[in-house]
Design a protein around this ligand. Structure first.
Ligand SMILES: [Zn+2]
Length: 191
């Protein structure tokens, strides 16, 4: 229950959908960028839903956020970017609230969008490390690009009700493009 507070979490049936969406998203993103198995491993990330998040990893204003945990080797003062760990923190309560407010949104296709989007961020950080710390204007340009690539990646999917998700994101496009969902933490993740 660490950090979960009283916020809603996915139930077992919803978690099944979420896990399926995660698997399919990983496959689509890796196809899109033509990543080899070892390149996928080098992405060094994990995706967790709220029941496995610490309280500082839970936020209200995003469907997901990425927390980058910086690796620091004990024997040296060098921090190696490549060993940094990206944790994609899925915000169950924010997603469930959105589904309540916008009934056309179905959990599975909505999760496809959310997970593909966050994975694209991870891939792009790994390829262009300088993008992690950028001024807000550049962050917004990057965000627009990632939403665009998310749509491209999702063209591989024939999931039902995906159109409603794309319409939703189109409708709130400007708000989403201004969101800052990327955070850096120094402490290593636990568990
Ligand atoms: Zn984003």
């Amino acid at each position: 229950m660490e950090g979960s507070g009283e916020k809603r979490q996915f139930d077992a049936r919803q978690l099944d959908s979420v896990n399926q969406a995660v698997g399919v998203s990983e496959e689509m993103v890796s196809n899109y960028y033509k990543l080899s198995d070892s390149q996928v491993l080098q992405l060094n990330y994990d995706i967790r839903t709220s029941s496995r998040l610490a309280s500082h990893e839970i936020v209200d204003d995003h469907f997901a956020q990425i927390v980058r945990y910086r690796a620091r080797k004990k024997e040296s003062m060098l921090e190696t970017e490549a060993e940094d760990f990206y944790l994609v923190c899925i915000q169950d309560h924010a997603i469930l609230d959105a589904i309540d407010r916008f009934p056309a949104l179905r959990l599975y296709p909505f999760m496809l969008y959310i997970v593909c989007h966050e994975l694209i961020h991870v891939v792009r950080f790994r390829r262009f490390l300088q993008h992690f710390h950028v001024p807000p204007e550049e962050r917004q340009i990057e965000e627009i690009r990632v939403h665009h690539e998310t749509r491209d990646v999702l063209q591989q999917s024939r999931a039902r009700d995906l159109d409603a998700v794309l319409t939703f994101y189109g409708q709130w496009r400007e708000a989403f493009e201004q969101m800052d969902e990327i955070h850096v933490r120094r402490a290593p993740p636990e568990g």
